[in-house]
Design a protein around this ligand. Structure first.
Ligand code: GBH
Length: 494
């Protein structure tokens, strides 16, 4: 407490802020502001940085980025095996053949999580381990690996959260019919999801259908810089987007049909986060409308069961073809929404018919090691707040958030990633602000547990809390791991 600001004055100032928070909590009808308000009334400044009781702290990875063992135990090839083995597609020709060798080292990796103190872990299942050609007869050795992993997590007090699709489409589905260009892939995905639910839902309570439509569909089927490296013309591309959200809906239904009663299902989407340029009512309203429109093809149709008029109008003759029954499937009710949040776009109100304009980042806008990763901590406030407010979602997880850094070990062998710590501290500050305002965020998964195969960037642009020496597979906690461990232990921003 500074000498100039007496404890009494400070309590009054914070007390005024608490009134704002409880008004916001009524807005979301979720009421998580109580502990904060009480702490603030008592004049306890540091407690105002705490997260709600029971907040779930976690980390995340994805199968192709960490597992390796690409041809072991009957795993079939995925589009990422093919793509990464095609010359010129990834940085320095990197592949996920070995990656972090997590397939063999998962027990050691669970110990890393345990040492961080995480309560939850989000991993993805490699479809082509379970169904080597995407459908047909299952490969029992495939599910065995995930049985072992899930059991190991539970034995160490960590709840498993499983993602069904983190971009590793079985190659056979791409070869026979064009992958997601073909509605049969959506159906095969539903069948695979049902199989997983049948085998894991006795121990896994939370499933995510698809990770980031916004990345694998756009980059894989339009821009061509991710697997399968296709550049479709607009009409076929919009139809492909439609098949992906349809696959999501079919998977939701299959998990409900085959999973144990009470199994929860959602998705992990990197929706575009629209932050208002200034936090005034007019700009906030514009950011909300922008959120619906710029996410029309994925999150909005999933939440609302309709493509927005603006999306259909802009697509014109290239708009997707769909039936009412498909829209109903796509918008099957979810138990929760996961959002992967790295960076915002900025939106302002304007006088245009659509009511908003996107303000481009100036050239000088700060970024981290990945050129696309503009630093905008308020994304972690506005992302979940928009989802709660616009679609009345009651259970939200931040399924990914993280920072790439150059991560060069110092003379003592340790990695002092102060940039990642700065990034996480500021983003978590905004997430705490969201929970204090009553936005129902229930957990946060830091990306990533450890450095891993960063897709087209190969093994550059590391995102881990643990440094991985790829020659020896040695994992070493970075400074950010120490930071995160403390945050978890105290459940507050430090
Ligand atoms: C997530 O994507 C992924 O889910 C995860 O697998 C990944 O490791 C993590 O983020 C970190 O990147 O190079 O200009 O074509 C985040 C969204 C989509 C952002 C792909 C980077 C590539 C941009 N990402 N995008 S570009």
């Amino acid at each position: 407490m500074s000498k100039r600001l007496s404890r009494r004055t400070f309590g009054t100032v914070i007390g005024a802020a608490a009134v704002g928070a409880s008004q916001a909590s009524r807005l979301f009808a979720a009421g998580a502001a109580a502990p904060d308000a009480a702490a603030a009334a008592a004049g306890d400044a540091s407690a105002s940085r705490t997260f709600p009781p029971g907040f779930l702290w976690g980390t995340a990875t994805a199968a192709y980025q960490v597992e390796g063992a690409a041809t072991e135990d009957g795993r079939g090839p995925s589009v990422w095996d093919t793509f990464s083995h095609t010359p010129g597609k990834t940085n320095a020709g990197a592949t996920g053949d070995v990656a972090d060798d997590h397939y063999h080292r998962y027990k050691e990796d669970v110990q890393l999580m345990k040492s961080l103190g995480v309560k939850v872990y989000r991993f993805s299942i490699a479809w082509s381990r379970l169904f080597p050609t995407g459908k047909g007869a299952p490969n029992p050795k495939g599910i065995d690996f995930y049985n072992r992993l899930v059991d190991e997590l539970l034995a160490n007090g960590i709840q498993p959260f499983a993602t069904l699709y983190h971009w590793d489409l079985p190659q056979a589905l791409q070869d026979n019919g064009g992958g997601w260009e073909n509605p049969d892939t959506a159906k095969a995905f539903g069948d695979y999801a049902g199989y997983v639910a049948e085998h894991l839902s006795d121990r896994v309570n939370h499933f995510f259908t698809i990770n980031e439509f916004g990345a694998f569909v756009e980059l894989g089927y339009r821009v061509g810089v991710h697997a399968p490296g296709v550049k479709l013309p607009p009409g076929r591309f919009n139809q492909t987007r439609h098949h992906c959200v349809l696959g999501h809906g079919l998977a939701v239904q299959a998990i409900r049909a085959k999973g144990k009663a009470g199994t929860k299902v959602g998705l992990a989407e990197n929706m575009t986060i629209c932050a208002p340029v200034i936090e005034t009512d007019a700009h906030i309203k514009a950011a909300e409308e922008a959120t619906r429109q710029v996410n029309a093809q994925y999150m909005t149709v999933i939440q609302e069961g309709k493509y927005t008029d603006l999306y259909l109008k802009n697509a014109g003759a290239d708009a997707p073809k769909f039936t009412d029954a498909e829209l109903k499937t796509i918008s099957s009710p979810l138990d929760f929404v996961g959002i992967n949040i790295y960076t915002p776009i900025y939106v302002r109100a304007d006088g245009s018919p659509q009511g908003f304009a996107v303000v481009p980042h100036p050239k000088s806008f700060p970024r981290v090691a990945s050129p696309w990763l503009f630093v905008g901590p308020e994304a972690l406030y506005w992302g979940p707040r928009h989802v709660a407010k616009i679609w009345n979602v009651k259970e939200i997880y931040i399924t990914e958030n993280g920072c790439s850094s150059s991560d060069i070990p110092a003379a003592d062998g340790l990695v002092y990633d102060t940039d990642r710590v700065m990034y996480l501290r500021n983003y978590l500050t905004q997430l705490q602000r969201a929970t204090a305002d009553g936005v129902p965020v229930k957990g946060y998964f830091c990306w990533s547990l450890m450095d891993n195969f960063e897709w087209a960037d190969g093994y550059t642009n590391r995102f881990g809390l643990h440094y991985v020496d790829y020659d020896t597979q040695k994992r070493t906690p970075k400074l950010s791991a120490q930071f995160y461990k403390e945050v978890i232990a105290q459940s507050r921003v430090l």
